[in-house]
Design a protein around this ligand. Structure first.
Ligand code: GDP
Ligand code: MG
Length: 182
């Protein structure tokens, strides 16, 4: 059996909870402390899909440099899936997704060549009551994206709380189940 390894990148504005989402998914833990590490890094997690099938997700996270500089080509190159993260309580982070998507496509060298590149939308911090981005708006973005690119399948939309550990796995499991290396 060939074992699949998928490179998954987490992108989106600083502060939306990318590092917290990954920590919660990998370690089932949430810490409030903001820890800046040096350089981008990845953690690999193996996922059992049932009937003996396994997929390893190599999940890339930034070291916080998205706040002031480009993430660099090495971060994006060879990505098999991209999770576009925003904060449901911060509209600007949602507005910036189009920019992040473009940046990803340019830097990863995908451009317009693959309209079906697997993007996943992930709104975080649903534990906070003051939500300003609705599910409807998220689906609107996904629909716009598929119309714009001519993608066959619409970008799936997930919402989670890294703090409470709610629905954090969904986006990752979706990728493990659906993304196949050609
Ligand atoms: P990143 O810059 O995108 O990696 O975001 P971080 O993971 O560092 O999180 C930024 C801040 O948001 C931190 O203070 C986290 O504790 C907080 N945070 C992250 N996820 C959640 C969440 O689901 N709910 C709440 N209430 N706070 C969160
Ligand atoms: Mg971070």
């Amino acid at each position: 059996m060939t074992k699949q390894l998928l490179k998954v990148v987490l992108i989106g504005d600083g502060g939306v909870g990318k590092t917290s989402l990954r920590n919660q998914f990998i370690h089932k833990r949430f810490t409030n402390a903001y820890k800046a590490t040096i350089g981008a890094d990845f953690i690999t997690k193996e996922i059992e899909l049932g009937d003996g099938k396994r997929v390893s997700l190599q999940i890339w996270d930034t070291a916080g440099q998205e706040r002031f500089q480009s993430l660099g080509i090495a971060f994006y190159r060879g990505a098999d899936a991209c999770i576009l993260c925003y904060d449901v309580t911060n509209y600007l982070t949602f507005e910036h997704l189009a920019k992040w998507r473009r940046e990803f496509l340019n830097q990863a060298g995908i451009g317009d060549s693959n309209p079906d590149f697997p993007f996943v939308l992930l709104g975080n911090k649903i534990d906070i009551d003051e939500r300003v981005v609705s599910r409807r708006q998220a689906r609107g973005f996904a629909r716009e994206h598929s119309i714009l690119t001519g993608a066959k399948t619409e970008m799936p939309c997930f919402e989670a709380s890294a703090k409470d550990g709610i629905h954090v796995e969904d986006a990752f499991i979706y990728i493990a189940k659906t993304v196949r290396i050609p």
